[in-house]
Design a protein around this ligand. Structure first.
Ligand SMILES: NC(=O)c1ccc[n+]([C@@H]2O[C@H](COP(=O)([O-])OP(=O)(O)OC[C@H]3O[C@@H](n4cnc5c(N)ncnc54)[C@H](O)[C@@H]3O)[C@@H](O)[C@H]2O)c1
Length: 273
């Protein structure tokens, strides 16, 4: 028996990194997954891996920023599994620059992926969740559903060179808090996990190596300055960056019945930094 047997979980950006680790963890506990990624290859590989482990999974490939994405994502879950239990808004990337050099495109791209996309996905999920919650209430059942939005220390403290990302990650905290108040009556726990430094392709490379990721045709620089990494390790009580499994573990807590009486919260997962 898994703790999430039969639950339907939708995770954006789950082809790689934290989302990928989370998808495996949810599936290990019996959840049925809708895997999304901008890139088809890692999304399809994740589904193939899950199926090879005996789990149920389906892909919904594409950018969460596309105007029609949210409806398609929710429809994929409903068509395949007839419902929704867990939504994790995880997809994202950074496109840094100091404010005097930041373009409108750069600003809106980051707001779209981290803030507007979660808003649209949750709006599109409302009719499905509301209908299920009303039926369960009529049947005298209390069934909890879970929304976890992913934020960042940048959204709480701000970060130089990340006006767009800091604003978007602060915005998703506001979205979380407002929705926790709207959806309490539907028995949906809406929480937010704000990461510090987690080792993924966004942070692992040496920034001076010129490492980039390809996001919708744009080559965006990623990585960390080694001196910054060293000073982070010195300032961080736990002394290092987190792993994707540790990051996924924190999200997972908010997807299980252990969080049934927690809503509207932001938990920092940064090794105490
Ligand atoms: N790694 C960190 O240190 C860190 C810190 C704070 C917050 N976060 C947040 O955690 C989340 C996951 O990041 P990660 O570190 O695992 O990165 P990652 O690059 O390893 O994985 C993110 C995945 O999201 C996908 N993605 C990006 N834009 C997308 C879009 N528009 N539509 C659909 N998929 C898209 C990517 O293709 C990638 O597979 C992001 O929201 C990120 O901002 C990460």
């Amino acid at each position: 028996m898994g703790r999430l047997d039969g639950k339907v979980a939708l995770v954006t950006g789950s082809g790689r990194g934290i989302g990928h680790a989370l998808a495996l963890k949810l599936a290990d506990e019996g959840a049925r997954l809708v895997i999304n990624d901008l890139d088809a290859e890692p999304a399809n590989e994740t589904v193939a891996l899950l199926k090879s482990r005996g789990n149920e999974a389906v892909t919904c490939v594409g950018s969460v920023s596309a105007p029609d994405f949210a409806e398609r994502f929710i429809k994929t879950a409903v068509d395949h599994y007839k419902g929704i239990d867990i939504i994790v808004n995880n997809a994202g990337y950074t496109w840094d620059g100091v404010i005097q050099k930041m373009t409108d495109e750069q600003w809106y791209a980051i707001l779209d992926v981290h803030m507007t996309a979660p808003f649209r996905i949750l709006r599109a999920a409302y009719p499905v969740i509301s209908a299920a919650a009303k039926q369960e209430a009529a049947d005298g059942l209390e069934v909890f559903r879970k929304v976890v939005n992913i934020s960042s220390g940048s959204g709480i403290n701000g970060n130089a060179g990340q006006a767009n990302y800091s604003a978007a990650k602060a915005g998703v905290i506001g979205l979380t808090k407002a929705l926790s108040k709207e959806w309490g009556r539907l028995k949906v726990n809406v929480n937010c996990v704000a990461f510090g430094l987690i080792n993924t392709r966004l942070t692992a490379a040496d920034a001076s190596s010129g490492a980039t990721v390809d996001i919708e045709g744009k080559k965006l620089r990623v990585g960390m300055n080694p001196d910054l990494l060293k000073s982070h390790a010195q300032r961080c009580p736990l002394g290092r960056a987190g792993t994707v499994d540790e990051a996924a573990g924190a999200i997972y807590m908010y997807c299980t019945p252990d969080s049934d009486y927690i809503t509207g919260e932001v938990v920092r997962v940064g090794g105490g930094a």
